[in-house]
Ligand binder design. Structure first.
Ligand SMILES: C[S@@+](CC[C@H](N)C(=O)[O-])C[C@H]1O[C@@H](n2cnc3c(N)ncnc32)[C@H](O)[C@@H]1O
Length: 246
């Protein structure tokens, strides 16, 4: 019995090592966090790799709503930023199909290792894994047609640096879709006014905001800064702890 258990543990350990080998930074570092203002408001702690039960999210067609509103299509490369346990990664993988790909990105290596295991079991071959840092997603230049940040924005410890360092990874015309709840950041949400202020501070442009069905929060769509819209890190002014963020 003990021998069988030891053998199982050994196989699990070897499998984890194999997945771990695929997880790392995809790009060299961007600009250092020290160059940017701190958020000057609460940042939620990372407590879980998922927002809520997948069956409940499917019942609300969360992934379908986001795909439709962001116009995600087969053949695209989409970044699932803060992918966690991969609710969206798995669904995006099917949506973009064999001609497209998904970049599952997170700051937690253990979450990405688990997700790599999940995608292997599901035989998904169009998913890449990208380890990031709290201030820098570490994604290759011009690699994404779109990026989604679902229920994770309030956990970004250095939002100004993060958004600035995300910009080069976005192709021309790319859209960024942020899903969050209308709650204080300390309660795992981001008031929409605060979100718009922080993205605008880095030079992103607000394109549209939609209410997701079934109390799923909002989807806010932004286009990244281009040309004269690019700010230098030193010119970025923090929005701070605005009303409703406490
Ligand atoms: C509540 S989970 C949501 C996971 C997934 N997006 C979903 O909707 O189920 C938040 C995720 O964001 C990740 N995260 C937090 N800060 C991050 C950062 N600066 N860059 C990338 N991922 C981050 C966490 O590790 C965690 O996996």
């Amino acid at each position: 019995m003990a021998l069988a258990r030891a053998a199982t543990l050994l196989v699990a350990f070897a499998a984890t090592r194999a997945y771990a080998a695929d997880i790392g930074y995809l790009a060299s570092p961007g600009v250092d966090a020290n160059e940017f203002p701190s958020p000057q408001r609460p940042v939620a702690r990372i407590v879980s790799p998922r927002r809520s039960a997948e069956a409940r999210r499917d019942a609300l067609n969360e992934a379908g709503q986001i795909a439709r509103l962001l116009e995600l299509k087969p053949g695209m490369t989409v970044g699932d930023i803060g992918a966690g346990s991969g609710y969206h990664t798995v669904r995006l993988s099917h949506l973009v199909g064999p001609a497209g790909s998904v970049v599952a990105q997170d700051v937690r290596r253990d979450y990405l290792i688990e997700l790599a295991r999940r995608t292997e079991l599901l035989k998904l071959t169009n998913v890449k894994f990208a380890l990031g840092e709290p201030h820098d997603p570490r994604l290759p230049a011009s690699s994404l047609d779109a990026a989604i940040l679902v229920h994770m924005y309030h956990e970004i410890a250095q939002p100004y640096a993060f958004l600035y360092n995300l910009t080069p990874a976005l192709k021309r015309g790319a859209r960024v879709g942020i899903v969050d709840l209308e709650l204080p950041t300390s309660e795992h949400g981001t008031p929409i006014e605060l979100l718009r202020c922080e993205l605008t501070a880095v030079g992103y442009r607000a394109v549209a905001t939609y209410k997701l069905a079934g109390g799923g929060g909002y989807l806010a769509v932004f286009s990244p800064p281009e040309g004269a819209g690019r700010k230098s890190p030193r010119d970025i002014v923090a929005c701070g702890d605005r009303a409703g963020t406490r």
